[in-house]
Design a binder for this molecule. Structure first.
Ligand SMILES: C[S@@+](CC[C@H](N)C(=O)[O-])C[C@H]1O[C@@H](n2cnc3c(N)ncnc32)[C@H](O)[C@@H]1O
Length: 372
């Protein structure tokens, strides 16, 4: 079977999680880099990675890599790539890109040269002079770093964090990919009870439920490459069927959420319903000051308000103090908190057992783990 070289960009800090899930899916030559993971595989791996990845932002095909310091070099190298393998005579192929620390720095010029070179290549292959580009879209991007050029074709369409269950979101929702990573790193099992006392639109609870029940996050949505001729419809059908067969709705996993905003309580439950997991999620209206875990086992994963975005810093900091009082430390109770505040541990009152740096969008955060 034909093999493709691919790239899965991801949030900084999630590279290893993406690499591990791709290996589990059967991807080959998996290599984690800064903010992305390289891998290769057949058409079925592209479909599988789109449907099943919980942590990657998208899946792209790496058409080629080369060095270029002049427009002529850029043109010749782009034209030499086998574009006809990916783009049919009727397909649309818009080009975008970026350049960092490179001789070729003018994005509009690079964009038009890449486009011209692809057109010239396809003219020769299809023996036509004009491309109407009325067919399915292949989004091409170039990425130039220190004169090394990469040419990519997007296979996902909307970013993979858009699972399809969260049409509505709260004020400062967490990206689904980041919520899934927090749950994974907190070692949640399919018989755990997951708590989130600042649940907002319910992202952490829903991602936890999907993971515990082994529901592929891409089950509810479509992908740009479903229209690509080189990934046959049969591949998509069998990958979706395999993902459906993996679901186990009988696991005893439960998620318990609360928020002090009644609108958020409604929103979280309506999102859980859209994701098909409302039967294992319960969300109530409550202030974090009243938070308690009634049993001797439970994993709390939470994203309290950030001073800069929602409340003033002092209000957010008071919430960290309250959390320090109500997050009781007992054997069997674990807590994971994401915060950009360097003072978090002091305000919470205990030094974390482990920390991990992550980015929530452009905000540099830490995950604080308490599990001992
Ligand atoms: C950063 S948001 C959480 C976003 C959530 N992770 C999501 O993906 O939608 C923080 C949430 O804390 C809630 N909140 C603020 N103060 C609270 C308090 N004292 N007790 C409980 N919830 C509170 C807000 O209503 C908001 O929904």
């Amino acid at each position: 079977m034909d093999k493709f070289n691919c790239v899965a960009p991801c949030l900084f800090g999630l590279e290893k999680l993406v690499a591990d899930e791709l290996k589990d899916m059967g991807a080959e030559n998996v290599l984690a880099e800064n903010g992305r993971v390289l891998f290769s595989g057949g058409a079925e791996i592209i479909a599988r990675a789109n449907i099943r990845s919980r942590f990657a932002e998208r899946v792209q095909i790496l058409v080629g890599t080369f060095e270029a310091r002049s427009f002529a070099e850029l043109f010749d190298n782009v034209k030499a790539l086998d574009w006809e393998r990916y783009i049919g005579a009727d397909d649309a192929f818009p080009v975008k890109g970026s350049s960092i620390n490179s001789a070729l720095y003018s994005i509009p010029d690079c964009q038009s040269i890449v486009k011209k070179a692809i057109v010239e290549r396809l003219k020769g292959k299809y023996k036509i002079d004009w491309f109407d580009e009325l067919g399915a879209e292949r989004k091409i991007s170039f990425f130039i770093l220190k004169d090394k050029v990469q040419l990519l074709i997007d296979t996902s369409g909307e970013g993979l964090h858009k699972r399809g269950y969260r049409a509505d979101s709260g004020d400062a929702p967490l990206k689904e990919t980041l919520a899934a990573a927090m749950v994974k790193l907190s070692r949640i099992y399919n018989d755990s009870t997951l708590y989130d006392p600042f649940c907002g639109s319910g992202t952490i609870l829903i991602e936890g439920a999907l993971m515990a029940r082994n529901v592929a996050p891409g089950m509810f949505r479509s992908f740009a490459s479903e229209k690509f001729a080189f990934i046959p419809a049969e591949v998509w059908r069998s990958e979706r069927a395999a993902a459906r067969d993996m679901i186990d709705n009988t696991v005893p996993f439960k998620a318990v959420g609360s928020d002090n905003d009644p609108e958020m309580v409604k929103l979280a439950m309506s999102n859980a319903k859209k994701a098909g997991v409302s039967d294992c999620i319960n969300v109530t209206l409550a202030d974090v000051a009243d938070f308690s875990i009634p049993t001797d086992r439970g994993v709390t994963v939470t994203n309290p308000p950030y001073g800069e975005r929602m409340l003033d810093i002092e209000t957010a900091r008071n919430l960290y103090r309250t959390m320090g009082k109500v997050f009781k430390r007992r054997h069997g109770l674990k807590y994971t908190v994401i915060s950009p505040d360097e003072e978090f541990e002091r305000l919470f009152g205990t030094v974390a057992d482990k920390r991990r740096k992550l980015y929530n969008g452009s905000i540099r955060c830490q995950l604080y783990f308490y599990y001992k």
